[in-house]
Design a protein around this ligand. Sequence first.
Ligand SMILES: [Zn+2]
Length: 138
Amino acid sequence: MSASRVGLDPEFAKKLNLFEKKLADHGIKVVLTWGYRSIVSQNQLYAKGRTAPGSIVTNARGGYSWHNFGLAADYAFVINGKVTWNGPWDVFGKIAQQCGLEWGGSWKTFKDRPHAQWTKGKTLAQMRAAASAKAVRK
Ligand SMILES: [Zn+2]
């Protein structure tokens, strides 16, 4: 259940390669479960537990997640050949931060331990503005 890296920011993808290598150096094997997510699929995800069946999985509407800009990645561990979310998240988070990534597990309100992102020093509002300017120019 490995996700595609298509749509990820190339520089971010490089950081993820380093991150995964460092984890492997610590004997930790991970698998990418989510990378880029379109605004449409982000909205579908946001609907879960709200207007669609299921439980709430995200607090971000389309355009409000770094996944929508190819700058976020979610992981799971592979332990004894099985994909699991029970693993050494503290080490995962520490190494993510060493690689210059922001770790969702460090958030105060909505802890998202499988999540790592790289904002390039920008805000989501700036990213949305840049994306809609691009759409207008097309
Ligand atoms: Zn995520």
